[in-house]
Write a protein that binds this ligand. Sequence first.
Ligand SMILES: O=C(O)CCC(=O)C(=O)O
Ligand SMILES: [Fe+2]
Length: 408
Amino acid sequence: MAASTGHAANIPLIDVSSSSSETAKQLLDAASTGGFVFVKNNEAGIPPADIREMFELSRAFFGSPTAVKEECSINSNESGENRGWLSMHTETLDPAHQERGDFKEAFNIGEYIDNRAQQPLPPPLVPYEDRIGAFFAACHALCNRILRLFAIALEIPSTAGGPSWFAAHHDPSSGPSGSVLRLLYYPSVANHSPDALDIRAGAHSDYGSITLLFQLPGQPGLEILTGEGWRGVPADPAGAFPASGSKDGSSNGVEAGDGEGKGDAGGEALPILVNIGDLLSYWTHGLLRSTVHRVVFPTPPASPGTSLTPRPSASATASPPVSAPPLETPSADRYSIAYFCHPLDDARLVPVPSPLVAELARADGEDGQRRPPDGAKTAREHLNERLAATYGAVGKGKGKGEERDEAV
Ligand SMILES: O=C(O)CCC(=O)C(=O)O
Ligand SMILES: [Fe+2]
């Protein structure tokens, strides 16, 4: 059973509310070195109350009886490809190395059409169809803001689309895409019995353009692979939020109440984690870095109720790079929410028209404008290849895990 190494990653924190070339450069630097960045959740982000609402819906859904969840299973015909509920051990993010699927449940929500979900929603989510759709759209808007900054930093010429180049390739009004909003639930170790074969989410890199990840304070587990090995990614890099949950660690920290774990303290909101996916890395000839990550079980505390490390004071400033506390209070359950942003299905993955990408390709001995030898894939072809490996039988085939030796 893979458990936390206890070392924290250094991940920069960037304010993307400005579209200045300085901000764009900071973002490009972070994306081309570590591949992970925190963005401040300010007016350019997503209201903390909306994030909290999604966590509340997530808890309500995963707490439903199995029969309710089965009705919207990813295996049902109605749900459609890559949509619906994934039960424990269904997904295998590192098929080349895992003997058992991930120790988690998930619910994948695909793109809406005309403000309606294109899949059956379970009863706890039905009354919130509009709210979920609005959250999906807010996530997409934030991704487009980030992609716009990448286009600026990559110096895409105005004749080719300029700062709007990525947005045009991610415009839902122009066609379908593989974008997915995913609720994730990693059940407590106390109530289940993971063994040596278990991992919460196997080592992998994401498939799409960029991913937004929402975590809750006090629910650690995400780790990224760096040149120094695995490093933990805190939910709360500045340590400004009290760890959520009741004293016995059984709470998931999303209840309404005294403000603990609610995602906004003193007007500040938790930053949002952003990482580069494989497709964007491929599209930029590897300039943007898709970093391998995983989710592990929390390390048991030395004694019940004991935090493993002292938390920094709430006044700690968050200037980049953020040196996070090694571990937050290990909790029972872990809930997270990911938004996987993908280009339009028919987007062709010819190199992004950037002089920086062309230069990189030339340095690698290739003409930067040349198509890959087997002809350009579309974004949908790229995604389908990855999904086939993930949902295939455990231990068979070549999966994303093959790439995990490539540390940052
Ligand atoms: O739950 C997390 O923290 C990360 C999940 C993840 O990496 C994924 O689903 O791709
Ligand atoms: Fe991931």
